[in-house]
Design a protein around this ligand. Structure first.
Ligand SMILES: [Fe+2]
Length: 201
């Protein structure tokens, strides 16, 4: 066979390999928390006829999250976030609807339409700051509020609202005051049996 044939074959293989979608870095354009989907803009420009062009957005991409056994760790995204999508082998439309075995709606493979958003990455120019090290952290960015699980305990920064009761083994030490039904522990008074009042004791 001629060299030209091999060149053609190699070029065809290269084109075929380049056309198979596997994954992409992307930017979130829109987040739908009800549907748990994002619209994303793939960030790597695609060479098209000698010109690098921005590829089309991928719309309604399901968000991957930790959910199982009746538990969920729900992320929240916003326009401008950057993350990664993976492209699935088959048409995912019916499975996304039903969450069970389905015949693919179409026979498309590695299509740009069949993506799953698997989460964020941290660009070098937008590092995380203000969060405690050596801990598993759940927090808004910036460090003003966080819940940090460390090897020695749990550290919470920020105001806490508890809907429900508190049961505790061990003591509570408070540097400020404690109020119960409107009465201050530090400054409440008692009515004395023979008149007058006394302070806390
Ligand atoms: Fe008292």
């Amino acid at each position: 066979m001629s060299k030209n044939f091999y060149d053609l074959e190699n070029q065809e293989r290269k084109s075929l390999a380049a056309s198979i979608k596997v994954g992409a870095m992307c930017r979130v354009e829109k987040f739908d928390p009800d549907a748990m989907t994002v619209d994303v803009q793939p960030l790597s420009k695609v060479l098209d006829g000698g010109v690098y062009r921005i590829p089309p957005q991928v719309i309604g991409v399901p968000v991957s999250l930790i959910r199982g056994g009746g538990f969920v760790l729900r992320p929240w995204y916003a326009a401008g976030d950057v993350g990664v999508i993976v492209y699935l082998d088959h048409d995912i439309d019916r499975i996304v609807e039903a969450g069970q075995e389905c015949q693919p709606n179409t026979e498309r493979n590695h299509s740009g339409e069949d993506a799953l958003f698997i989460g964020a990455f941290v660009p070098a120019n937008k590092k995380l700051t203000g969060l405690p090290a050596q801990s598993l952290v759940m927090a808004p960015e910036g460090g003003n509020v966080y819940l940090a699980v460390t090897q020695s305990g749990i550290e919470i920064k920020g105001n806490i609202t508890i809907i429900g009761n508190i049961t505790q083994e061990g003591r509570t030490d408070v540097t400020g005051d404690v109020t119960a039904q409107g009465k201050s522990l530090a400054s409440h008074t008692h009515t004395c049996p023979h008149g007058g009042t006394s302070g806390p004791n």
